[in-house]
Ligand binder design. Structure first.
Ligand SMILES: O=C(O)CCC(=O)C(=O)O
Length: 319
């Protein structure tokens, strides 16, 4: 099996476990405790956001930006269960051993039963493309002014460009360190609860030492890593430019919205990555499943959702 020179890009189970464990003890765990805060701004206009953050590719946390959204004012697990209780969702979809299907009502009941306690194995509904299954929820999530540059609207049309995801889970849930696929920028809106984000620049490199161990000291010492952190609270929006690494821990039961944006300058790379992924799935599925065991099912599901929203009939070679 190919060993990635940058171990941050290892997605076999051992690689994922080693990186995740480094957030609990050792040089990386020590460094995150005192990592600088992602800059916080309040009352930023879309023009200021554009000039002072997006053009310069600088992460920023926008305080109070969406505090008046209906979702922020009204949503809870129970509220969502009343609106889309019969919808089937895949819980813990990023963990091949734990992934399972249940109705949203069953999922919400699990969360409610454990309220106030720290569950041994927190459940997490990650990357739920709610617009396919429960489109009415979108009424409570207005469009963000600062996201108007999203080029996916021109590329795929209105439906697919607004294909946002909800992230709903229990205190203690974790999304492991990763970069978002397809060169999209991250905009993440916190709706309920609080989440801790750890981020690193696209230039971050985790190498192997001569003794074969991972060099976390080198990672945190390298100024290119730019390790930063923040706690995201309801009504706040986090912007990360494309390819910024991020790891998320749920400090409480939480609902967040992942709202991606494609910068036109990343169009060519975006198409290449989409094509590469589809070709790998179609032509080389066995190796992809072996090297990316935790991602394979997620990516298949994502590709199917994408095809559905694009009105592509997967049973036909030609329309
Ligand atoms: O909130 C999470 O757990 C992860 C969110 C994320 O990775 C994203 O929005 O890109």
């Amino acid at each position: 099996m190919l060993r990635e020179a940058n171990a941050l890009k290892r997605f076999d189970k051992a690689g994922i476990a080693a990186l995740d464990a480094a957030f609990s003890s050792g040089p990386l765990a020590d460094a995150i405790d005192c990592a600088p805060e992602i800059p916080r701004r309040r009352g930023l206009s879309p023009q200021q956001f554009e000039q002072e953050h997006r053009r310069l590719q600088r992460p920023v946390l926008l305080e109070g930006m969406v505090g008046d959204w209906p979702a922020i004012r009204h949503w809870s697990f129970r509220h969502l269960a009343e609106r889309c209780g019969s919808t089937v969702v895949t819980v813990d979809g990023y963990n091949s051993e734990k992934a399972r299907e249940m109705t949203f009502a069953e999922f919400a009941a699990l969360l409610e039963a454990a309220e106030g306690k720290q569950p041994a194995s927190p459940v997490y509904l990650q990357e739920w493309y709610y617009k396919t299954a429960a489109p009415a929820l979108a009424d409570d999530i207005p469009e963000l002014d600062i996201a108007q540059y999203d080029f996916r609207r021109n590329l795929y049309g209105e439906n697919i460009s607004t294909n946002h995801q909800l992230w709903i889970g229990q205190r203690g849930g974790v999304t492991i360190m990763h970069q978002d696929s397809y060169m999209v920028d991250v905009m993440h809106v916190q709706i309920v609860g609080e989440k801790r984000w750890y981020v690193m620049s696209p230039a971050a490199q985790l190498h192997y030492r001569d003794d074969g161990e991972l060099d976390f000291e080198g990672l945190v010492r390298d100024p290119k890593t730019q390790l930063m952190q923040c706690t995201l609270k309801p009504g706040e929006v986090l912007y990360l430019p494309a390819l910024w690494w991020h790891r998320v821990e749920l400090l409480s039961d939480s609902i967040g919205l992942g709202r991606k944006c494609l910068d036109e300058s990343n169009l060519q790379a975006h198409i290449r990555l989409r094509m590469a992924e589809l070709l790998s799935l179609a032509l080389n599925p066995d190796e992809v499943r072996e090297t990316h065991p935790e991602l394979f099912n997620v990516v298949m599901k994502r590709a199917r959702t994408w095809a559905k929203r694009m009105d592509i009939d997967l049973s036909k070679l030609r329309p």
